[in-house]
Design a protein around this ligand. Structure first.
Ligand code: HEC
Length: 131
């Protein structure tokens, strides 16, 4: 049953993906303005990739689980374990957050492997802005 619910959530996330831009202009997206203002240029680049060509936002929400764990949870586990996200996103690391769902995350490596060091480091920096 749990699996079924997850799939439903995935579908509804995809369905509303196209509305994202519209929502942000009307100011209904739940992001604290303070967080945005504090981003460094590197973190901003990371955010652009995360919400843009990386498509990461479809599975990772800031708070709370979606298809994948929340950004907060991932950042916390990486901090606690001194993990290296860049190595993971190159496909050279081991999953430390939800190893049992690694197969789903692995489908993104074809894309993340095309990102430059600078881009991968920017994604890592952006994810670590969630404390
Ligand atoms: C199709 C859904 C999906 C997309 C898209 C996705 N992820 Fe994930 N991601 C997951 C799932 C599920 C997990 C949990 C499995 C795991 O821990 O490896 C995960 C885990 C992770 C982890 C933790 C890995 C660990 O050590 O366990 C990181 C970091 C991560 N994702 C980053 C990203 C980034 C960056 C992107 C965009 C380039 C992205 N993800 C896109 C589903 C997705």
């Amino acid at each position: 049953m749990k699996k079924l619910l997850t799939i439903t959530a995935a579908l509804s996330l995809m369905a509303c993906g196209g509305k994202k831009a519209e929502e942000s202009t009307s100011g209904t997206v739940e992001v604290s303005e303070g967080d945005i203002a504090k981003l460094t240029p590197q973190e901003t680049l990371g955010q652009e990739i995360f919400d843009g060509k990386g498509n990461c936002y479809t599975c990772h929400k800031p708070d709370g689980p979606a298809i994948g764990p929340s950004i907060k949870e991932i950042a916390k586990v990486y901090r606690e374990n001194n993990g290296d996200m860049v190595t993971f996103l190159r496909g050279n690391g081991k999953p430390i957050v939800k190893p049992e769902q690694y197969e789903v995350m692995k489908t993104n490596f074809y894309l993340t492997k095309t990102f430059s060091d600078e881009e991968l480091k920017a994604i890592e920096a952006y994810m670590h802005t969630y404390k």
